[in-house]
Write a protein that binds this ligand. Structure first.
Ligand code: G1P
Ligand code: ZN
Length: 543
């Protein structure tokens, strides 16, 4: 009698419509909590009997323990096989690739992405479907509904498996296959990019500095950049994944990757700097004294992707999240390809990628990717940049200058007000909603409003509709501000204010970003009463 059925109680912790569950680690470690969510997930996807699942995570605290529970529960629920990254490690893009490559029915990815890890930090778990991408809203709604009524879970009564040994074993009738987490992913990258050209670039003395932030991309970056491409040892920093990410915040932006920023600004900098987040799907790109905003990076990569072998025939279309800058739209227009403006969150790109309508996708939050997997992919972006640098022989700042000269510069910044009172945050959004109808034609801090609305999206492929996806105000001078509440925070509410302004005068491409955006920032303050309602006189994080 190896399988046990435990009684349990319903819970209402997953926000409907969000993929997966993200909570403080101690919440996940409560008795039956993880088990409840795993059973709700299995039930919500129609059971796992006879199915093949990929399992792995970013190595944060509780990763290994949670994987043992998931494996015992998968066995008890009749799964045929679980394919697990060695040591419980799989980056999110590598998990997406494995799901697709192995024809699995889906995967369970353990991560809280860029949020800190540790006994008192954050943990998360999400389900990706057979296309390798985050579960659709239809599926996450079923998982959520099931979590509200769940009364028992099934688990095998068996000992922990040794996750460090490659190979296959049996767990109460279910096959468990432990695979190297890096090999298949590295092979995919070799198929997309000109490794010979990048190798020659490094051999010629081009210096790269990749900060893995003690998160999951360490082993991937070491294998690909240092071993396969020959960058000198030490090109990858903080390359050993740690359960608490070394106490840091594994979020690749100028605030949290400040050591890398310091290395890249000044004299004698490396030629190229990059970082990735906890689970390896985000990226930061920085050249010598030249930080590249994620929106600009998306536009440039889309413009020059054809220089890499995997995209030599050109791209079918570009997709970007609504708060991402319009820089990518200008590229799409010049190329005569479709551009899709989607709600925030990678899952909205899935249908477009599956249908072959979009090839390159991106978000302002440091996520860029393509149709090679169904997640954003940090190292992929780094390798595409390196391929472009090798093919053009130009520097990062020179490429950016060329890009702006061709398309104009979309000055862009995001201001985050973190962990503010939830009622105050919703009050602010309601206050904005209440003004939408009368805003067009009015002046806000001297800027004339051209239009104002709340973004809703009709998926052009499956027809599904997503509403209330952010409030946007366009100004007559081409500027824009967007307000939205974060769906991933684990404390209170986080207000995100996205600011943008297109500059077409080359004499004005060297402004300080915040200064260039000052009129839009003032208009945002005025219309949303941010200081008054949030109780903060400045954002917590500016990216
Ligand atoms: C944030 C980002 C969003 C990204 C998501 C998952 O979500 O803004 O672009 O898709 O993390 O990485 P948010 O907290 O804004 O809901
Ligand atoms: Zn992530």
């Amino acid at each position: 009698m190896p399988f046990l059925t435990h009684p349990t109680t319903p819970f209402d912790d997953q926000k409907p419509g969000t993929s997966g569950l993200r909570k403080k680690t101690p919440v996940f470690m409560q008795p039956r909590y993880l088990e409840n969510y795993v059973q709700a997930t299995f039930d919500g996807i129609g059971g796992v009997a006879g199915k093949v699942l990929i399992v792995g995570g970013d190595g944060r605290f509780f990763n290994d323990t949670a994987i043992q529970v998931i494996l015992r529960m998968a066995a008890a629920n009749g799964a045929a096989r679980c394919i697990v990254g060695q040591g419980g490690i799989l980056s999110t893009p590598a998990a997406s690739n494995l799901i697709r490559k192995r024809g699995a029915d889906g995967g369970l990815i353990l991560s809280a992405s860029h949020n800190p890890g540790g006994p008192n930090a954050d943990f998360g778990l999400k389900f990706n479907g057979a296309n390798g991408g985050p579960a659709s809203e239809a599926v996450t709604s079923k998982i959520h509904a099931r979590s509200l009524e769940i009364d028992s879970y099934k688990i095998a009564d068996s000992a922990d498996l040794d996750l460090s040994q490659l190979g296959e074993s049996d767990l109460d009738g279910m096959a468990v296959e432990i695979v190297d987490p890096v090999t298949d992913y590295a092979t995919l990258m070799e198929a997309l990019f000109d490794f010979d050209a990048i190798r020659a670039l490094f051999a010629g003395g081009f210096r790269v500095s990749f900060d893995a932030m003690h998160a999951v991309t360490g082993p991937y970056a070491r294998e690909i950049l240092e071993r396969r491409l020959g960058a000198p040892e030490g090109s990858v920093q903080n390359g050993v994944p740690l359960p608490d990410f070394g106490g840091g915040h594994p979020d690749p932006n100028p605030i949290w990757a400040k050591d890398l920023m310091a290395r890249m600004y000044g004299d004698d900098t490396p030629d190229f700097g990059a970082a990735s987040d906890g689970d390896g799907d985000r990226n930061m790109i920085v050249g010598p004294n030249c930080y590249v905003s994620p929106s600009d990076s998306l536009a440039l990569l889309a413009d020059l992707a054809h220089l890499a072998p995997g995209y030599k025939d050109g791209i079918a279309g570009i997709a970007r999240s609504m708060p991402t800058s319009a820089a990518a739209d200008l590229v799409a227009k010049a190329k005569g390809v479709e551009v899709f403006v989607t709600p925030t969150g990678w899952k909205f790109f899935g249908t477009l990628l599956d249908a072959g309508r979009a090839t390159i996708c991106g978000e302002e939050s440091a996520g860029t990717g393509s149709n090679h997997v169904r997640e954003k992919d940090g190292l992929w972006a780094v390798l595409l940049w390196l391929n472009i640098l090798a093919a053009t022989g130009k520097s990062v700042p020179a490429l950016m200058q060329d890009h702006w000269a061709k398309y104009g510069r979309n000055y862009y910044s995001r201001h985050d007000y973190e962990a503010i009172d939830s009622d105050a945050a919703h009050g602010l959004m309601d206050h904005l909603r209440g003004q939408l109808d009368g805003l067009a034609g009015q002046e806000l801090a001297g800027l004339q409003v051209a239009s104002a609305d709340e973004f809703a999206y009709d998926d052009p492929v499956d027809g599904s509709r997503a509403t209330a996806q952010g409030i946007r105000i366009h100004f007559a001078d081409g500027g824009r501000v967007v307000f939205r509440l974060s769906g991933t925070g684990t404390q209170g509410a986080t207000l995100r204010v996205y600011l943008e302004r297109l500059e077409t005068d080359p004499a004005r491409f060297d402004q300080d970003v915040q200064q260039a955006l000052a009129p839009v920032i003032a208009a945002a303050q005025e219309v949303a009463q941010i200081a008054q309602r949030s109780g903060r006189d400045a954002p917590d994080v500016i990216t």
